[in-house]
Write a protein that binds this ligand. Structure first.
Ligand SMILES: Cc1ncc(CO)c(N)n1
Length: 252
């Protein structure tokens, strides 16, 4: 079994729990509360900004032009492509994407944790660790979308058809294959300790993928809330907040 497959096997109970999570089942069955969808899109926008930066940090540690191209392409897809699933969720929630982007937002605890987990590994880790830390993001979504298609056979009438077909696409699957191939290329040259760090980065990201869906489903926010910590969608009372009526965390 390849190194990447062994990580996936270790994380299988987490992937299974993700598929059964009410947010994911809500996508599969075409029913989710608008507030959860809006919370997800808002937090995921911030998350994807950080994710792109982590690919940029991987690019800086790449060892060949082909590796550089892989990370460069991933950044391009992230900056342009993931608007499609976000637009889909906004449409079902009955809001425009612009409306969601206009609301002030701060990272909820899980998105905050996940962003910093990736940034920390990217800053301190080897190239292999960075690939391991980003891999579950790709793997969870491709697996989930493909399993939904298998089980539910959604048609274009399905409310989340765009979301599902985006992540199940050959392009996404190809990206996943490129990342696993790179990890399997790097693993044989890594020391025992580095392999253990890769495994740990992969498992933590997998757990945070579960937590991320849970965050959106439960509308997670910091408690107690306070200055600068207002709930998503609520306009701050004080005038002093007016200048903050932008997405304060864009590009964490
Ligand atoms: C939290 C999270 N993980 C993975 C993806 C897929 O890129 C996403 N959009 N959001």
């Amino acid at each position: 079994m390849s190194f990447a497959q062994s990580l996936r096997q270790d994380a299988d109970p987490i992937f299974e729990a993700i598929y059964l999570h009410p947010f994911v089942q809500g996508i599969a069955k075409g029913q989710l509360p608008p507030e959860s969808l809006i919370h997800y899109v808002s937090q995921d926008t911030e998350y994807l900004n950080t994710y792109s930066k982590v690919y940029g940090m991987a690019l800086s540690k790449a060892q060949t032009p082909d590796q550089m191209r892989l990370f460069y392409n991933r950044i391009g897809i992230l900056l342009e492509g993931e608007l499609i699933p976000h637009l889909n969720l906004c449409r079902v929630a009955g809001v425009t994407h612009d409306e969601v982007m206009q609301h002030p937002v701060e990272l909820a605890p899980t998105a905050h944790h996940y962003a910093r987990h990736m940034l920390c590994v990217a800053q301190q880790g080897t190239l292999g660790e960075i690939v391991a830390v980003v891999l579950p993001c790709q793997w969870v979504y491709v697996d989930t979308a493909r399993r939904i298609i298998e089980e539910f056979q959604p048609t274009t009438e399905h409310p989340f058809y765009d979301w599902i077909s985006f992540y199940a696409s050959d392009e996404m699957h190809q990206g996943l294959m490129e990342l696993t191939a790179l990890l399997d290329h790097l693993a044989p040259g890594a020391r025992e300790l580095d392999l253990a760090m890769m495994r740990s980065a992969f498992l933590d990201s997998s757990r945070l993928e579960y937590q991320f869906f849970d965050m959106a489903f439960t509308l997670q926010k910091w408690t107690p809330s306070g200055p600068g910590a207002y709930p998503l969608g609520e306009k701050p009372d004080s005038d002093s907040f007016d200048s903050l009526s932008v997405r304060v965390n864009t590009c964490v």
